[in-house]
Design a protein around this ligand. Structure first.
Ligand code: 4NP
Length: 150
């Protein structure tokens, strides 16, 4: 059965669209459906930031066609797991949880404990797109290992 995973950050133009693109590609033939969104409505309809589009493309990930949308309560029904990039994301996701919804909400970096990171730093502010990509790739591999039951 297909596992539906939603990646969430603040703006949905930097970290979460990158996570979506990387996991989609690294998933290969696995039955995984991925999407991403932001907790804010600041960039609705916008593509990911050009610097991250370029950095991702250089590693073989095409995220240029993605467009920002905002997290809605219905996402708890539509997805099997919701994954935030930092603790602020997690708090805002949990604030939208409908009564009785059991959808697990996880921190992306929890899937890559070997990195020693407890959040994905926001490259929109740090400008460290390469560092964010490297971390997102490690978290993506860890998430896929988790789905594989390893
Ligand atoms: P993201 O990064 O949450 O990784 O998409 C951000 C992008 C834009 C803004 C904040 C974070 N902003 O303030 O516009």
């Amino acid at each position: 059965m297909t596992t539906r995973i939603l990646f969430v950050c603040l703006g949905n133009i930097c970290r979460s669209p990158t996570a979506e693109g990387v996991v989609r590609q690294l998933a290969g033939a696995r039955p995984v459906l991925v999407d991403s969104c932001g907790t804010s409505d600041w960039h609705l309809g916008e593509p990911p930031c050009p610097q991250m589009v370029r950095a991702a493309a250089a590693r073989g990930y095409d995220i240029s066609g993605l467009r920002a949308r905002q997290l809605v309560a219905e996402d708890f029904d539509r997805f099997d797991m919701i994954v935030g990039m930092d603790r602020e994301n997690i708090a805002r996701i949990e604030a939208l949880r409908p009564k009785g919804a059991g959808t697990p909400v996880r921190l992306f970096t929890d899937f890559a404990p070997e990195t020693g990171m407890d959040h994905v730093p926001d490259a929109y502010y740090t400008h460290d797109y390469e560092g964010a990509l490297t971390l997102i790739e490690a978290c993506a591999r860890g998430l896929l290992r988790h789905l594989d039951g390893a």
